[in-house]
Design a protein around this ligand. Structure first.
Ligand code: ZN
Length: 112
């Protein structure tokens, strides 16, 4: 699969080393989302405009009614409903899901 990665000032701040990752539920192994991670290190939060799928999550970044974290759903596994992330606003003002440690498995996705 081929996804056009987001390049903006945040990705440049993080060194331009963006990569696509697949986040899966640790409990049932179902895929939760396709996400662009910028820079090295742990995955602590998932910014809305880095989510490429599924559509119900990817469309949140363009949803004009989503202004505050309270407007976001709790991020759950679509299969077993385990809680994966909590709506939040990062200190740089971007909306994100704060990812719960130990709730997910992260794997890199090769772009053909
Ligand atoms: Zn699950």
């Amino acid at each position: 699969m081929r996804v056009r990665l987001v390049r903006d000032r945040y990705s440049r701040i993080r060194g331009g080393k963006s990569k696509l990752v697949r986040i899966s539920c640790r409990k049932c192994k179902a895929v939760v989302m396709l996400y662009q991670k910028d820079g090295p290190g742990w995955l602590k939060r998932c910014y809305l405009n880095r989510i490429f799928g599924p559509e119900r999550l990817a469309r949140l970044q363009n949803d004009k009614t989503v202004v505050e974290p309270e407007d976001m759903p709790v991020l759950r596994c679509g299969s077993c409903r385990a809680v994966i992330g909590i709506p939040s606003r990062h200190k740089d003002n971007r909306l994100a899901f704060r990812i719960i440690r130990g709730s997910f498995i992260r794997r890199g996705v090769e772009q053909a």
